[in-house]
Design a protein around this ligand. Structure first.
Ligand code: 1GP
Length: 270
């Protein structure tokens, strides 16, 4: 969905004060209808982008059904807002972006994809193999590719294990700085520091600070961010975008989810 002319990359890179929030929805964790309800609530609470993906073995059709349901829900809300003199249709001009575990989790219904190199993987598959398999589909679908360096930091979780990541330790500031420089030299626009979904601790703020010293990269941070204090620390260290997934999945009700998301989104601009 795109009201204006700008690409998703332009929206992602637009400078803002503080950081913006991304809600990650894993299609394997709920029905497409519930995913759409959660995505709408996330936007109402101030999330500025939806990521769809996460699990390593979700089939294309499940990813596609989830992207389609979210896009349809946003289009309906946008239409309703356009008919309401007090409505704000721009509120629903929210990119739905694939965050794939591999070349299997793709959908033409997405606006864009984080086209990632898992830079500290020890496996060819995650450095370039899945990307080569997926690129022709993404090209055919016309889904915008967001060139992204993806670096997994300790504790790393399942993505660290499956991706064969040589994890960045909290005191490896020079190493994360070198990865950030390398990402820039490759021409990546985005750098994503990941601690792993559901991680017991988020990316160490010292690592975020070091990566943020490299100009020209938009810095995403995710994994294990659960509280407004976690988010504030990441934002103060230099994160441009905060990604959360687990807090959406394990909320016991929509009211609890609303309360959690409002706290995290507020912390992005504190
Ligand atoms: C995972 O960084 C994201 O790829 C989100 O992590 O599920 O811990 O919020 P959480």
């Amino acid at each position: 969905m795109n009201i204006g002319e700008s690409t998703v990359l332009e929206k992602v890179r637009r400078p803002t004060s503080g950081a913006r929030h991304i809600t990650l929805i894993d299609p394997a964790k709920q029905s497409a209808d519930v995913a759409a309800q959660r995505a709408m609530l996330a936007v109402e609470c101030g999330s500025a982008m939806i990521f769809v993906g996460g699990s390593t073995d979700t089939p294309d059709d499940v990813v596609h059904a989830t992207c389609t349901a979210i896009q349809e829900a946003f289009e309906l809300r946008m239409f309703a807002a356009s008919q309401d003199p007090t409505g704000d249709e721009h509120q629903w001009d929210i990119p739905v972006v694939l965050f794939p575990g591999g070349a299997h989790a793709l959908s033409p219904a997405a606006d864009a994809i984080t086209f990632m190199m898992l830079m500290n993987s020890t496996k060819r598959e995650f450095l370039v193999g899945e990307q080569v398999r997926g690129a022709p589909y993404i090209h055919r679908f016309g889904v915008e590719a967001l060139p992204t360096g993806y670096v997994v930091c300790a504790p790393g979780g399942r993505v660290g294990e499956v991706g064969g990541a040589d994890l960045i330790q909290p005191d490896d500031g020079e190493l994360v700085h070198a990865y950030a420089l390398c990402a820039k030299m490759y021409g990546f626009s985005l750098l994503y520091l990941e601690a792993g979904s559901g991680a017991s601790a988020p990316v160490h703020p010292g690592l975020i600070e070091k990566a943020a010293t490299v100009d020209g990269l938009t810095l995403l941070v995710g994994g294990g961010l659960r509280t407004p204090e976690d988010v504030q620390r990441a934002v103060q260290a230099g994160a441009d975008w905060i990604v959360t997934g687990t807090i959406t999945e394990d909320a016991s009700s929509m009211d609890e989810l609303r309360e959690r998301l409002l706290g995290l989104v507020q912390a992005c601009s504190d």
